[in-house]
Design a protein around this ligand. Sequence first.
Ligand code: HEC
Length: 364
Amino acid sequence: MFLGVVPILALVMIFAQLLHTLKIASVGYLITALVFMVFAVIFIYTYRYSFKFKEVFEGVKNDVKDEEVSTLAENMSALTNKSALWALGFLYIAGYFVIAGITLVMYPQEWQISNSFFHIFISGSIFVKWLFFVALSFALTGSFLMYLYFYWEGGKSGLSDEFKALVREKTLSVTKKGALLLPLTLLLHLVTLPGSAVTGMVFGLSGAALFIIFAVYHLLYDMIKNGNVTSSARVFMLIVVAVIALAVADQIKITQSTSKHSLQLAAAYDAALKAAGGEGAAAEVSGEAIFKAKCSACHKFDQKVVGPPYKETLPKYEGKINELVKYINAPVKVNPDYPPMPAQGLKPREARAVAEYIMTEYKK
Ligand code: HEC
């Protein structure tokens, strides 16, 4: 839930804003990924629980030797295997759609064509990036399990030597397979990237990650040759550092590819804001409402409050509405008997509306 569903949900929201108005299938891909990921989580859950029951039934089966119990045991075992397969399948598909959603953003030349949903199945750049992602996942998972079993808090205790050897062999082999595939897929991805997405920083970070992966090879080779797990912590840490470097590089690629679009969005936003608040666009402004909200605290028509009564000051503005508007917009000192009037921060349209309102009102 926390490493799969939540991040994809966050990605959907971020990309929906970042890619707003662009003709690109990314958000659609990510939503599809979310659906598959939810299914994957359900099957992982089933797997986990049926696994427990399977063990219980297997234990009982041998003691009781009852027909019903052994059928139950078989059913449980089948459920466990099936849910594991389904979970794995959904995870792979969800992963493919996530990678498609993210990768597409880095390849502006594919934005237009990506609108046919099937683009995802024929795009070489998406496939290469997905292979890279799977390789990275293998390396990270293998090394993490190695670290967990043999290093974390002195390693797991109470395991038989046979089981330890099995874990060692499996984790080493998974880490190795993933790490071996990394440089090739990373290079393929880099050479197909459009110029717009590549900066010196992207190359620097990718190069550093490659260098780290070669160091990992060295440690892995050493452990395989000597039949030990002494470098498990170092291998895991190095791979984590490589993942961080590659993630930052991806972040830069996305920022680069969408920089032009971000500017356009910002400009569109400014224009929309101007239209909403500026001349001619917004709803009616009411002079009376503005007077009540902004002027009536200091002004009455026939009585002195903080400011002078309008019946005294407005006659000189007869037929000079523009001057009145100007004064309301930017008051200047007039009468020494009063303090200066503070500017009210009205928009031009509002100043005109309130000027017209007080002018007609005072004549009544
Ligand atoms: C904080 C109090 C205050 C508010 C709010 C205020 N005024 Fe005034 N207004 C004054 C004072 C004080 C004067 C006298 C200033 C002077 O003579 O220098 C004044 C003067 C005026 C005058 C006379 C200007 C002249 O040439 O003699 C007009 C017209 C006026 N205000 C309109 C408005 C309008 C319209 C609003 C609302 C948008 C408003 N005022 C809000 C305090 C205020």
